[in-house]
Design a protein around this ligand. Structure first.
Ligand code: GDP
Ligand code: ZN
Length: 392
């Protein structure tokens, strides 16, 4: 951070480029599989009572857009280290050590971090684009020092945010996540269906794809679970039976994770085999197994700050101890039925518009359960989750 040779230059550009072409949409479109879902973001924010964020984002986008000119590039934030942000150039794969323009920081007062891992940004490289050392292996903390520098000028609107609300402030751990890999093991420890249901709800809330992954099939016969898995499969959830030890099912899982531009998050209890699975999917990744606590470069425990791990055949996995347990529950009761895919179509048929579907007469959900049209275990899971949530 000592030689910020770029900072004055940036201010000049900010003035000079006023009113010029503002977006490099074709670059970003390539990168997303879907277009941005502005209205969904707004709806989510309304639910979590964060109306101010909408206003703030509008301000940020307009102001920041003015600063983005021809010499800006589309980047992806790999991780944030204090004032330094590791950014990967989307087009070339080069790495840059970026600072963040102060205007962005001023505008983002609600959020703890202006930029987070997973963010898509417009950044202005300071040095030559052809510096050799910026290509190749994902740089570690020490490796960041030698990278060409850049300045983040704009953060693109986010989708698929993994958030934690602490002290009434929304703290985004990782953004632009496409899928949540929910890992559990058939044995040692056994399947916790309730936990799977809770994680599915989180994924539904984030509007990202939940993928159910059952590990350790080498330890016994998965047959007893097939009917239950069928329930999830019929709702459209992808299911992977795997063994990190024998490699069973790993190739299929690899194809799911290693897709160009796709970002995945892995979640699940300790000991179910998350590290082992990632190591099997990406040989050479060498994540520590048996949940050895991870330390950062200074020997301290790592925080919840996520980093994106690049997979060799494309795609990224966001992984840190902090997001693994996925204890990020901020669901209110009224939301729960909407996140049970098989219940959503029934709720309008209940006698009472404010039916909780737990005990009421004339409840279409309870009737569906009694007729065998909704899975009993899923319904019990609903009741437990509803019970554990509060109303606003
Ligand atoms: P994590 O805490 O979820 O990251 O789990 P780890 O990857 O550290 O694995 C926990 C333990 O389960 C380790 O002792 C692994 O060797 C073991 N394990 C992981 N995957 C498998 C598997 O597919 N089969 C068997 N038998 N053991 C596994
Ligand atoms: Zn009902």
């Amino acid at each position: 951070m000592s030689k910020r040779k770029n900072s004055s230059k940036v201010r000049v550009h900010f003035r000079k480029n006023r009113g010029e072409k503002t977006r490099q949409t074709d670059l970003t479109r390539d990168f997303h599989r879907e277009t941005f879902r502005e209205d969904d973001t707004i709806r989510e924010e309304r639910i979590s009572g964060k109306g101010s964020l909408i206003r703030q984002r509008t301000v940020r986008m307009e102001d920041a857009a003015l600063a983005v000119g021809e010499d800006c590039r589309c980047g992806q934030v790999v991780r944030v280290h204090g004032l330094n942000t590791l950014v990967e150039d989307v087009e070339s794969g080069q790495y840059f050590r970026c600072a963040t323009r102060r205007l962005l920081k001023t505008l983002a007062t609600e959020e703890r971090h202006v930029v987070v891992a997973g963010d898509l940004v417009q950044f202005r490289p300071a040095g030559s684009l052809l510096e050799e050392e910026s290509l190749g292996k994902q740089p570690d903390f020490a490796g960041m020092e030698n990278l060409p520098e850049g300045m983040i000028e704009r953060v693109e609107p986010r989708y698929g945010c993994l958030c934690r609300t602490s002290r009434k402030r929304q703290h985004i751990l990782v953004s632009n996540v496409d899928q949540l890999l929910i890992v559990t093991s058939l044995f040692q420890p056994g399947v916790k269906w309730n936990l799977i249901d809770r994680m599915i709800i989180m994924a539904e809330k984030m509007e990202i794809e939940p993928v159910i992954c059952l590990n350790k099939v080498d330890l016994g016969d998965p047959l007893p679970w097939v009917p239950t898995l069928g329930v999830y499969a019929r709702m459209g959830y992808a299911i992977h039976l795997v063994s990190a030890v024998t490699g069973f099912g790993i190739e299929r899982l690899r194809q799911r994770l290693q897709q160009k531009g796709v970002r995945s998050v892995v979640a699940g209890q300790s000991g179910v085999g998350k590290s082992s699975i990632l190591n099997a999917v990406e040989p050479g990744l060498d994540l520590k197994t048996s949940h050895v606590s991870e330390m950062n470069e200074k020997g301290r425990h790592t925080t919840t700050t996520a980093q994106l791990i690049k997979l060799s055949e494309g795609g990224y996995v966001a992984d840190t101890p902090g997001i693994r347990q996925f204890e990020l529950w901020d669901i209110i009761r009224e939301e729960v039925p909407g996140y049970f895919r098989e219940m959503a179509p029934l709720v309008s048929l209940c006698r009472f518009p404010d039916c909780s579907h737990t005990h009421e007469e004339g409840c279409a959900v309870r009737e569906a359960v009694s007729l065998g049209q909704m899975n009993t275990r899923r319904y019990e899971s609903y009741c437990q989750i509803w019970d554990s949530c509060t109303s606003p």
